[in-house]
Design a protein around this ligand. Structure first.
Ligand code: C5P
Length: 230
């Protein structure tokens, strides 16, 4: 089963997607993997910027090892966040959004994602997971939250996991950057982030403004279990 969870910056995709994969494992007693495709784009940027890697764009399968450890299962959220913390700098975020506009980069990373997932049960989160990469997904969700709520969540996330970042970054600046990055993701030519007011018909919209993590998860799970007996 493939489940996609797309949405704007800081909409809670990573936390919800991660917990969803764990819950589905409990419900269906089958291994469910979690793939945060934003991390794939961030890791690409990290390798490109800091390690000057030359990618095998013609044969992406040769590069799978760079990305393999981003497809996870049987790991706690805390371990996962610790492992990927180095990819959450503002410099990486801003450059990732720029590199992600390039068709060549997207084609390459689409292949990487498809190869990684192969035939596994997966919860994939991102911007174009349901529209482009996993078009045939069994369930396609879109997580939405207003700009202000997302900025508060991102601020609290930094405070908890990366407090040093807040020395040079105000709440207002976080809000502005979220809006800016969304604009970039929504307006790019290739695989733009879908518009919440004009979602493809097969998407299920989940507005998380007034929902806790637990409530959001339960809502998503109820859609899945109502339709699916794996
Ligand atoms: O989700 P996250 O904020 O980690 O993603 C970082 C950036 O990677 C996004 O702003 C977006 O530009 C890009 N991205 C993308 N397509 C995806 C996932 C992420 O373009 N499927």
């Amino acid at each position: 089963m493939i489940i996609t969870l797309d949405g704007p910056v800081a909409s809670g995709k990573t936390t919800i997607g991660f917990l969803l994969a764990n819950k589905l494992y409990e419900i269906y007693k089958k291994n469910f993997y979690f793939l945060d495709t934003g991390l794939i784009y961030r890791k690409y940027t990290y390798l490109f910027l800091y390690q000057k890697v030359t990618f095998n764009t013609k044969e992406p399968t040769k590069d799978l090892d760079y990305f393999r450890n981003l497809l996870v299962t049987n790991i706690t959220l805390q371990e996962f966040e610790e492992k990927t913390k180095y990819l959450f700098t503002e410099e990486i975020a801003i450059n990732t959004s720029k590199l992600a506009t390039k068709k060549k980069v997207r084609n390459y990373l689409n292949k990487i994602q498809i190869e990684l997932v192969d035939l596994k049960n997966v919860v994939a989160v991102g911007r174009d997971s349901g529209t482009v990469v996993f078009k045939n997904a069994d369930f396609k969700f879109f997580l939405y939250a207003s700009n202000y709520i997302r900025a508060i969540r991102r601020y609290n996330q930094y405070k908890q996991n990366n407090p040093d970042i807040l020395k040079n970054l105000s709440f207002h600046e976080i809000l502005i950057r979220i809006i800016k990055r969304d604009e970039q993701d929504k307006n790019r030519k290739y695989s733009p982030l879908p518009d919440v007011n004009n979602l493809p018909k097969d998407f299920i919209l989940i507005n998380t403004d007034n929902l806790t993590i637990e409530e959001t998860l339960n809502k998503i799970i109820s859609y899945i279990t109502a339709k699916n007996s794996l």
